[in-house]
Design a protein around this ligand. Structure first.
Ligand SMILES: *Cc1c(COP(=O)(O)O)cnc(C)c1O
Length: 364
């Protein structure tokens, strides 16, 4: 059996350190906004070369609080990609703003910057690029458009901790970076968790207040906020893994290279890093016309694969109903029919990669 992600292998490798970290938290009994949350915030800020990082309850809240801190409100429009997890656009709709979907590049599955300007109106306030599957979105032209039209840029880095775009870490390029520590992400806890990073003191202060019931001084409340704090036990676990994140990401890149060397069929499109980009392969996603047949062949050998994402967001019932939309975004729709993600995690073995590639080579 080969799962998409094997969390047990990583836990067993780190068991001594993680068990000690969790046990320390239990002994210290400072469970809410304790020392591990502040330490992790400092470490994540330093990792990105930024002054501020604020731990929150999950990646969805990281996006929600970041949007609010950027002043997004009812009636605003926010440009984003339709090829992502629902959370990216859900938070826009939760604020009664409107997600405006722009088609993607077929080679990176990320927002196609050349199609953004057409969708900008007087109501447009922000862009949310997503660094999907661990590949950075094309940030230089996106930042240029944002500056020209005075838009905020909120990076959805949920799948891309440590990925680099022209020597800058993703999340440190736009106004705000948002991370998820959901267990299957490339930097993860053993439950929900998230983080917001920024160079802006104003945004940092606002997020910090919003995550704690709109309060910066206990029992004094300036805004309607949330209970959205990062859990102390999760922070302790994530701190252990943060020390190894570059190593984990390098192992993912090596596994991706091994897959690419072993998968033969010319008609299968393999993932690759665009020039100037360091991919972290949160997912190893191939594209094939016969992807359902490939998935079946793998399943027969007890190997998992997954389709991220079968239905683009502009085609999801919830958004079709909300906006009465029947828009066509052809690149995204074609990719949704052809993508297949294969097992990918740092501890995946070379033998397993060869086995998976052999099955794919046989079918094609
Ligand atoms: C996982 C994910 C999120 C949401 O993170 P949660 O921690 O699960 O709330 C948002 N955007 C993308 C692209 C994701 O992959």
């Amino acid at each position: 059996m080969i799962p998409m992600v094997d969390l047990k292998r990583q836990y067993h490798n780190l068991k001594t350190e993680i068990d000690a970290a969790v046990s320390d938290v239990l002994e210290q009994t400072r469970f809410i906004l304790g020392p591990n949350v502040s330490a992790l915030e400092e470490e994540v800020a330093a990792y990105h070369g930024l002054p501020y990082a604020i731990g929150v309850a999950n990646g969805t809240d990281a996006l929600l609080l970041a949007l609010r801190a950027c002043g997004i409100e009812a009636g605003d429009e926010v440009i984003t990609t339709p090829f992502t997890f629902i959370a990216t656009a859900e938070v826009i709709a939760l604020l009664k703003a409107k997600p405006v979907f722009v088609d993607i590049c077929p080679d990176t599955y990320n927002l196609d910057y050349s199609r953004i300007a057409d969708k900008i109106t007087a109501k447009t306030k922000a862009i949310i690029p997503v660094h999907l599957f661990g590949h950075p979105a094309d940030m230089a032209p996106i930042m240029e458009i944002a500056r020209k039209y005075n838009l905020k840029v909120i990076e959805d880095c949920a799948q891309a901790f440590g990925a680099k775009y022209q020597d800058k870490k993703v999340g440190a390029i736009g106004d705000v970076g948002c991370f998820s520590f959901f267990p299957s992400k490339n930097l993860a806890g053993y439950g929900d968790g998230g983080m917001v990073i920024t160079k802006s003191e104003t945004i940092a202060k606002q997020v910090k207040m919003l995550r704690n019931h709109g309060s910066s001084k206990r029992y004094y409340h300036q805004e309607i906020g949330y209970n959205s704090r990062l859990d102390e036990i999760q922070a302790a676990i994530i701190r252990v893994k943060l020390k190894k994140i570059d190593q984990f990401n390098a192992a993912r890149r090596q596994n991706a290279a091994a897959y690419c060397a072993a998968i033969n069929p010319k008609e299968i499109i393999l993932p690759a890093a665009a020039p100037g980009c360091e991919h972290v392969y949160h997912q190893f996603t191939i594209r094939a016309k016969n992807r359902d047949i490939l998935a079946e062949a793998l399943q027969k050998e007890d190997i998992s694969s997954a389709v991220y994402y079968p239905v683009p967001l502009h085609r999801q019932d919830v958004f079709v109903k909300l906006y009465n939309a029947s828009e066509k975004l052809p690149v995204c729709e074609k990719c949704a029919q052809e993508v297949l993600s294969l097992p990918m995690f740092p501890e995946l073995s070379q033998d397993e990669i060869r086995l998976i590639a052999d099955i794919i080579n046989h079918v094609s």
